[in-house]
Design a protein around this ligand. Structure first.
Ligand SMILES: [Zn+2]
Length: 152
C-alpha cells in the first residue's frame, strides 16, 4: 500500500446512494447512513419509497408489496381454478397466503402513516388473499372427491 501511495495522484470515491463522505475540520469520516446500508429502499426500479420495518426483509414499499401480492395471487388463482394443482402446490399456496397475510397485517397495524389510498389498497389485498384461500378450499375439496390417486 505504501508503494502505491506514492503513485496515487488521483483518488476517486464512488459513492453509493445515501452514503456520505464527510470531511470535518480534523480528520476524515466515511459514514454510511444505516438506511443505505440496510438497503431499505424499495427494490422496484425507479421507486424511491422507503421500505417500512415490517417489509425490510422483502425490500418492498407498501404500494409495491400489495401490487406484487395481487399479481402472485391472481397467478395462483388461475392455477387453482383449473383444479389440477398437485396437493404439494396447494400446500405451498396455503403457506404463501398465511405468511403474506400476517406480513400485511403487521404493515397495516404498525403505526405507519398510510394514505387513505394505501389503506384501501391493503384492504383489497386482504380480500384477494381471502378469496384465494376460499378457492383453495374448493380446489382441495374437488381433489379429495376424486380420490382415485391420480390428480385430475
Ligand atoms: Zn416501491
Amino acid at each position: 500500500m505504501a508503494r502505491d501511495a506514492g503513485q496515487a495522484s488521483h483518488v476517486r470515491f464512488v459513492l453509493p446512494a445515501r452514503c456520505t463522505l464527510d470531511f470535518p475540520r480534523r480528520g476524515c469520516n466515511l459514514s454510511f447512513s444505516a438506511i443505505g446500508l440496510m438497503g431499505t429502499s424499495c427494490q422496484i426500479a425507479g421507486c424511491h419509497n422507503d421500505t417500512p420495518p415490517a417489509l425490510a426483509e422483502r425490500r418492498f414499499c407498501v404500494l409495491h408489496f400489495t401490487l406484487t401480492l395481487e399479481t402472485s395471487c391472481s397467478e395462483m388463482r388461475r392455477e387453482t381454478a383449473l383444479g389440477n394443482a398437485p396437493q404439494e402446490r396447494l400446500r405451498e399456496i396455503m403457506k404463501f397466503i398465511t405468511e403474506n397475510g400476517e406480513c400485511l397485517a403487521r404493515v397495516a397495524t404498525s403505526g405507519l402513516h398510510l394514505t387513505d389510498d394505501l389503506k384501501a389498497r391493503i384492504l383489497s389485498t386482504f380480500l384477494t388473499l381471502m378469496n384465494l384461500r376460499e378457492n383453495l378450499d374448493r380446489s382441495n375439496m374437488r381433489s379429495s372427491f376424486g380420490r382415485s390417486g391420480h390428480i385430475r
